[in-house]
Design a protein around this ligand. Structure first.
Ligand code: HEC
Ligand code: HEC
Length: 198
């Protein structure tokens, strides 16, 4: 019995281990990049820091490559099977809000937010390089028509983005704080908004 229990615990630990490199847990402040004199190099370095959030499972799970959200730090396909549906809110009869409510529901490990839905296909980030995501984020035809001030506002203030730092349940929060993330993104924009090579 106890041997079985130990075997189970071992299997659970293996399942819980992240598939690739562990996601970042902290962010460097903007001041850490001040010593990079070349503005383009500084801008690209700042976006690399921003990328620790953008490429975190908490964001990628909702900005997936296909029509299904992904789950957990391992980003495996969403269980139960759900699809994007019109407007990213799920198929008729199985809307995201059937299970995802206005707030996290920790007893069942279900995350929640009033705006819970899947990012549109043109905003897919999973499986792309940071350079490709950067170019896409700046492209008004693929970012919901946002100019730079609107993008900065979204990153720094949007409360669905902010969920990633308060994800509830057994989920790992995005690194740093949303405030730090907003400051890094702003500093990137102010330094010319250069993208890493894709
Ligand atoms: C619950 C799902 C969900 C999560 C989690 C999520 N997003 Fe989104 N995101 C969306 C939806 C839906 C849209 C489209 C709505 C809109 O444009 O306002 C979107 C749009 C965006 C946009 C604007 C378009 C673009 O791609 O440039 C940005 C920027 C963005 N999200 C950033 C983030 C960041 C950063 C995180 C993680 C810290 C994150 N999102 C986590 C659902 C999500
Ligand atoms: C039948 C219930 C149900 C429906 C419908 C549903 N979900 Fe989920 N979802 C869950 C549960 C339960 C979890 C938590 C799974 C876990 O992490 O163990 C979850 C987790 C997630 C996560 C993972 C969050 C993270 O970072 O780990 C995302 C993203 C997500 N759902 C998006 C959606 C979207 C978008 C829709 C609608 C298209 C949707 N879900 C519809 C039950 C549902």
């Amino acid at each position: 019995m106890s041997a079985l229990r130990i075997a189970w615990a071992g299997a659970a630990l293996l399942l819980a281990a992240p598939a690739g490199a562990a996601p970042a847990t902290s962010l460097q402040p903007v001041s850490a990049f001040a010593s990079i004199k070349d503005p383009k190099a500084r801008s690209i370095a700042l976006f690399g820091e921003v990328g620790k959030v953008i490429q975190h499972p908490r964001c990628l799970n909702c900005h997936p490559a296909g029509d299904r959200p992904t789950q957990t730090d391992r980003m495996h396909p969403h269980m139960p099977w759900v699809v994007r549906g019109d407007g990213g809110i799920g198929a008729t009869g199985l809307r995201c809000t059937t299970c995802h409510h206005d707030a996290n529901f920790d007893p069942a490990n279900v995350p929640g937010n009033p705006k819970w839905s899947l990012a549109p296909a043109e905003m897919a980030w999973a499986g792309k390089s940071l350079g490709q995501i950067c170019t896409q984020i700046k492209d008004k035809t693929r970012n919901g028509g946002r100019d730079m001030p609107a993008l900065i506002h979204h990153m720094a203030e949007d409360d669905l983005v902010g969920w990633a730092w308060h994800p509830g349940g057994n989920r790992t929060p995005a690194p740093g704080t949303q405030k730090q993330f907003g400051e890094l993104f702003s500093a990137w924009a102010a330094s010319g908004a250069y993208c890493p090579p894709s």
